[in-house]
Ligand binder design. Structure first.
Ligand code: ARG
Length: 457
């Protein structure tokens, strides 16, 4: 393709280090679509004849059928998907094939193809997140009133509802979706026609190719068009944030599935056994989601480091933009599906969760709040009185509401029998009815909002 200037061909090492076809063949659909849009524009503008434009288009359609049927051939000498397709076009239609590359460069070509690919990957991630949200909302609705311990420092803090806990992940997924959607909008400008770096002297119509490929408009600066990979980084940032959320949920499921917790049984279909210990059922899928999140975050780091030292405009380093994005996208799709399956298929052991909420004096705050409300005691003093009650109960090995009234009154005579109604875990969660709080009624409201937002009704 560029042999005119050279006396000898590339060495085997040059061919190997240069070849991107082993991975950029994944862009073949986008490459064909962008070439068809470009050829149609060249024909419409009279830059190539209508007959040549038609021959090019027919050839590209045939190549697409060949790739779909047999895969993309991998010849390192042809470097990448762009030259692979152009050389096949020349074999199929002869001389007119040589006119396709008029007024474009592989630099704007790859920027366009990759944007198209990443734009679709954003939409795919949004769909995967919405599917996870539907699973979360369904389970949260079932468990709006199921009581479990809420934790801080992984120490029992206050009782919460399982539905409330699951809906926390719904909120994270909503933010993740908005990050992918914003990235998709921002990247929806077409670099095609920026050519190598400076634009072109041919009378091209960039608005026409942008529209044909579903972009909102052409990009405004040719240098930026071919050197910008923000769109890939935007995708990876959203993917890394999503992976981080999935990893936290996976980590919780791993902890909850361990025998000392026993809060959850993960679906058999997403668990594995042990080759030596017959009793084992391991949360491997959750562990791999947690593990893969590190690779997704690594992909973001990798591309940032590739880009950070590059002068304008294109440098060949940028060919390395694709492997991290492809790897991250494949892992993200898998992780989203795995977590959706775990959420949808988990058995929540609600009796066990409720019993755990009764341990650890999770309703101590309710005793303090009761002293404030019923006896007008300042919260700091109420906190101190409650601490004494917890110390007494702990010494006896009983729950707060199992202490005799007389002993509570010995700590503070303003305590009366009505206090016991406030000390149950049910009363505790029901009391937290502030907007966004854990009360079952609040959770039902948030679940209803979410179901409406997801079109589930
Ligand atoms: N395979 C190249 C890439 O992925 C295409 C662009 C090549 N441009 C160039 N000036 N060598 O980046």
């Amino acid at each position: 393709m560029w042999g005119g200037r050279f006396a000898e061909g590339p060495s085997a090492i040059m061919a190997e280090i240069n070849a991107s076809i082993p991975f950029d063949k994944a862009l073949w659909r986008q490459d064909i679509a962008a070439s068809r849009a470009h050829a149609a524009m060249l024909g419409a503008q009279g830059i190539v004849s209508a007959a040549d434009a038609a021959a090019i288009d027919a050839g590209l359609v045939q190549i697409a059928a060949e790739y779909a049927a047999n895969g993309v051939p991998e010849d390192w000498a042809l470097e990448d998907i762009h030259m692979t397709t152009e050389s096949r076009l020349a074999a199929l239609i002869g001389a007119p094939a040589g006119r396709l590359h008029t007024a474009r460069s592989r630099n704007d070509q790859v920027a366009t193809d990759f944007r198209l690919w990443v734009r679709a990957a954003c939409a795919e991630a949004e769909a995967g997140l919405a599917a996870l949200q539907r699973a979360l909302v369904t389970r949260a609705g079932e468990h709006a009133a199921s009581i479990m311990p809420g934790f801080t420092h992984l120490q029992v803090a206050q009782p919460v509802t399982l539905g409330h806990h699951l809906m926390a992940y719904y909120e994270m997924a909503a933010r993740d979706i908005s990050r992918f959607a914003a990235a998709r909008e921002r990247m929806n400008l077409c670099p095609l026609g920026a050519a190598a770096l400076a634009g072109t002297g041919f009378p091209i119509d960039r608005h026409a190719t942008a529209a044909a490929l579903g972009f909102a408009a052409p990009t405004a600066n040719s240098l930026d068009s071919v050197s910008d990979r923000d769109f890939a980084l935007d995708y990876l940032m959203a993917a890394a944030q999503t992976a981080l959320h999935l990893s936290r949920l996976a980590e919780e499921f791993i902890i909850w599935a361990s025998q000392p917790f026993g809060f959850i049984a993960l679906p058999d279909a997403l668990s594995t056994g042990s080759s030596i210990m017959p009793q084992k059922k391991n949360p491997d899928a959750a562990e791999l989601v947690r593990g893969h999140s590190g690779r997704i975050i690594g992909a973001l780091t990798s591309l940032m480091i590739t880009m950070k030292g590059l002068p304008l405009a294109y440098s060949k380093d940028m060919q390395d933009d694709k492997p991290p994005v492809f790897e991250a996208a494949g892992l993200l799709t898998l992780c989203l599906a795995a977590m959706e399956g775990m959420v949808a298929g988990a058995t929540f052991r609600t009796a066990r969760m409720r019993a755990a909420a009764e341990l650890g004096y999770a309703t101590a705050t309710d005793l303090a709040d009761w002293l404030v409300r019923q006896a007008g005691i300042p919260f700091r003093e109420a906190h101190h009185i409650t601490g004494s009650a917890v110390r007494l109960a702990e010494g006896r090995g009983v729950a707060l509401d199992q202490l005799p009234l007389a002993e509570l009154q010995a700590i503070d005579r303003r305590i009366d029998a009505r206090v016991f109604a406030a000390l149950s875990v049910e009363a505790s969660v029901a009391a937290r009815a502030s907007y966004g709080g854990t009360a079952p009624a609040q959770v039902q409201l948030r679940v209803a909002d979410a179901r409406a937002a997801l079109g589930m009704e």
